[in-house]
Design a protein around this ligand. Sequence first.
Ligand code: NDP
Length: 832
Amino acid sequence: MKVVREIMETMEYGPSPEGDQKVRAWLDSHGRKFGVFIDGEWREPGDTRFPAVNPATEEVLAEITESRKVDVDDAVRAAASAFPSWSAAPGPVRARYLYALARQLQKRARFFAVLESMDNGKPIRETRDFDVPMAVRWLYHHAGWAQIVGDEYPDLAPVGVVGQIIPWNFPLLMLAWKVAPALAAGNTVVLKPAEQTSLTALAFAELCQKVGLPAGVVNIVTGGGQVGEHIVDHPEIAKLAFTGSTEVGRLIRKRTAGSGKRLTLELGGKSPFIVFDDADLDSAIEGVVNGIWFNQGEVCCAGSRLLVQESIAERFLERLRLRMERLRVGDPLDKGIDIGAVIDGTQLERVNRLVEQGESEGASRWQPPCPLPDRGFYYPPTLFTDVSPAATIAQEEIFGPVLVSYSFRTPAEAVQLANNTRYGLAASVWTENINLALDVAAKIKAGTVWINNTNAFDAAVGFGGYRESGFGREGGIEGLREYLAPAWEKGASAPAAGASPLQETENFSADPNESPEAGSETGSGSGSGTETDSGLDTGSDLGSEPPFPLPIDRTAKMYIGGKQVRPDSGYAREIVDPAGRLIGEVGDGNRKDIRNAVEAAHKAASWGEASAHHRAQVLYYIAENLSARMDEFAARIDTLTGCGRSEAEREVEAAIQRLFTYAAWADKYDGHVHRTALTRHATLAMPEPIGVIGIVCPHQLPLLGFVSLVAPAIAMGNTVVVVPSEPHALAATDLYQVLDTSDVPGGVVNIVTGDGIALGRVLAEHDDVDSVWYFGEPEGRAVVEEASAGNMKRTWVDYAAGRDWYAPGQGEGRTFLWEATQIKNIWIPYGE
Ligand code: NDP
């Protein structure tokens, strides 16, 4: 007779199907045809439709409307007219609606779980236990934010109409991630679900009707990428939130360049899953299963690269293969199924193609014996070994149930391999050694690091990427902040694009006979001499009174790596006073100067690891030294701008105060420990420096503008490459000595003078610059945003008109610190 254990081991799973009658009845009640949801009502716009296909069976579930441009226009118009009253509604009123939506969704949880499973092909086990409960949690959490946001952030305001474009992998959840914070903050929404998965968004629109959400607050337009493009291009959209491929994210970045639209992009990933030899291997194996086979691997943060320490690699992979043999692939509505269908034939083809490429590049594929249904788009769980870290399958996002693995020897090598990707969305680290875990977590470039767990999410915790995984966060205060803007910026009109008073002197230093002003600054382009240029007759008509007590016959060099160096171009630019009289020259910086400065800034990266206390001390020291040279700087500013001595003194005083402010902030801009719905987790939200920030300064208030941007950036541990205001560059170049005498390590602040737009472009194009802040001439805004699409770096381009650099809310404060940092969330479970 068989013992129970034998029976358990040999017993076949029986089917455990979830009923789909309610969903079919709902589809029938709509005649299996859906319009779009605009201004609180259903519309039947054009007659172009496309099928909603169940990927598990290839059955057509319904016909969906392909929206036209005119429909998107209508939706945006409806959202714009709903915005004034929705944004002005008291927070508790908005909270009630979000709360009601949460309740409605919760009450219909099983219906949504079945509908999502049928529309997407993912297992009911996951929609029932993850997608829908998490969407509900998101709505509740943000109902709370709606309640308190006005009191918590009185200086911030909603941005306006938000365009939201979501993918097919978590259709309802991505909708909740986007709609909930937007509404909580007081914005109105036009959302486009992915073509493959519109049904839960349409069912959600019915909930909006049911709870009486005011017309136009949420609008849902269905259709393909072109509908997305109409949203992206619409001039009345104030902000775009996109989740999807890096390729389309890059297109959107380029398309919106110069438009002033705010942007958050949550893009692809190739996340490392690192197992050290002291890890709890049973847990780690289950972690891998969750990391890569959850949702068929169609997860942007899937742990798709397994890195195992060499000493346990063989044993670990053996156990993993055994576990893979037990994974069940099949009908997603069967409650005993682990892996459902991938989204469609195109995606299946992509997975097949990449797997074949993996084999042709020399990796070994392993798949367990695994029966697949005859119909539908299924792919078995797959493990690749003998993978080179540079192989296509180790670098490309496969977005399917395919795991690639390789081994490492030391923690340093693990970090190096983990960061060997253009992405930076998430990572998972497995070890019983908390010191090692936190050390590695800090070194990995990713927005989320899970320690001894994976794929944990919560509405209270921000989620989003570093590098080409995009920018911005979704969830918690980090995500809510993306839907708010400083209140003073609202309604400000763009400043007129004024001509720069700068005069270019392209041939200036080539021939001293032609340009006597050049003096000893002749010829040699790329030298890095340190001699002082002196004894020049400027040749300019300076009048009988010298306008400025400082020597005027000196061409200020660049400041790179803590040294004064000549510009590579060998050219200089004249700086004139408001009457057009020459008062000095600065070097004309070019691509090479920026490249050298970026290299120097990277070499100074240890600045970010120095204690915040130390950085504060350096900032105090700069302030003291600037204060000691108050008269000299005031005179310089007066000469450059003609603002008058007392205004100039006011500016220097404000710059000194600003340095004190950021010295104060350096050790006070803390992160959070989030309270998640998961118990026994400490989730640390740590503001990290972004890295190397390129800064193009404004023309107004040349010293205060410069200090207001550089001080918060370096206070937070970044290193900077700064392009000072072109016409007033001498105010910045005078700072070299102040920096030299204030213990600022070489390379922390690098100054390259020249054309703000041209140098802004070079900074934006540079792959080793992590963010660009552009406050220069309006014509440069589009240039910088478009050029930044190369490595999808974050940009902060100032579209606010009439910024008052003296006003604390406008010229300093948390917005600056927020732009100077990115949040890494580290999930740390605890308990035995
Ligand atoms: P896309 O990035 O194309 O789609 C995401 C969303 O953007 C969809 O709603 C899509 O509409 C829309 N869209 C497509 N083109 C444009 C455009 N030019 N302007 C505005 N919106 C647009 O992803 P795919 O669905 O095509 O998937 C392709 C690959 O992207 C996958 O194989 C996977 O590797 C990756 N991916 C990554 C995701 C992530 O979360 N990181 C999510 C989804 C995919 P529609 O689908 O209706 O055409």
